[in-house]
Design a protein around this ligand. Sequence first.
Ligand code: CP
Ligand code: NVA
Length: 314
Amino acid sequence: MPSLVGRSLLTLLDYTAEEITAIIDLADRVKRERAEGVRPRRFEGRTIALIFEKRSTRTRCAFETAFGEEGGHPVFLAPGDIHLGEKESVEDTARVLGRMFDCIEFRGYRQSTVEALARFSGVPVYNGLTDSYHPTQVLADLMTVRERFGSLRGRTVAYVGDGRNNVATSLMIGCAKLGVNFTVGAPAELEPDPRLTAQLKEIAGTDGAVITSTTDAKSAVRGADAVYTDVWYSMGEEAKAAERTALLRPYQVDETLMAATGNEKSIFLHCLPAVKGNEVVASVIDGPRSAAWDQAENRKHTIKAVMLATLGLS
Ligand code: CP
Ligand code: NVA
């Protein structure tokens, strides 16, 4: 396994295909251990600061349980609990937390905040979601696709909906790096950042993977192994709810769109939380093709793998 000791995870852009694969391999191992009843205490005597400016169910619980069940001490810091960005600069907060904790998780608005935490704390910092990226999510997504199909290279993931949000962006990066074909189905206003798309097309091309986008949901999903969607407006975008709902209605994942894959083995993915009746209908996310619940569980195994690898405990 390539050494990841001391590394932060701010965006998957900073990681090579080999490093991403090594984390997913380790996640498979910790998942197996757990199923077999093996209970190591690899985080004994360690501490992690969990800073959340935005709400979370999966990310918070994954970090807290993965670290705590192996003897570590997670400290949850909600907005209003600490001075971060209010009375004290991010840099100063980072310097202090770095003296007290072995590692830090941050979920919030600005990517620049998680970057500053990493630069000034001197300990590994994990991006638990910002407006720009959601890298730990995509590790779980790729793990889930590999679990279902046995391989990643040459598979096809279609993402329909808000193509420029944090999840779509990170998914495109992860797929491009691991040789997974990636198609976005989104209205022109919500297509992924063209500069990033151009950069990723080059990365993907070296592996033979194809990155494409279209405004037509049905053509986006044709031939896909996995159809992925996310909420139509992200945390912090609540004012855009009505506008997005009108714009994205044609991109709802229903039985007809799943059938448009032309692939009866295709699965449905969602990072969750889901707004059933908006981006996906209940019969799909709660139905036999949904891998969304495995995906949610795999958040924990992949997050544990990231912490083990970067703390040198694997
Ligand atoms: N998928 C995800 O990040 O979920 P939470 O917002 O519940 O953490
Ligand atoms: N795009 C969503 C993802 C939630 C996990 C958001 O940022 O709200």
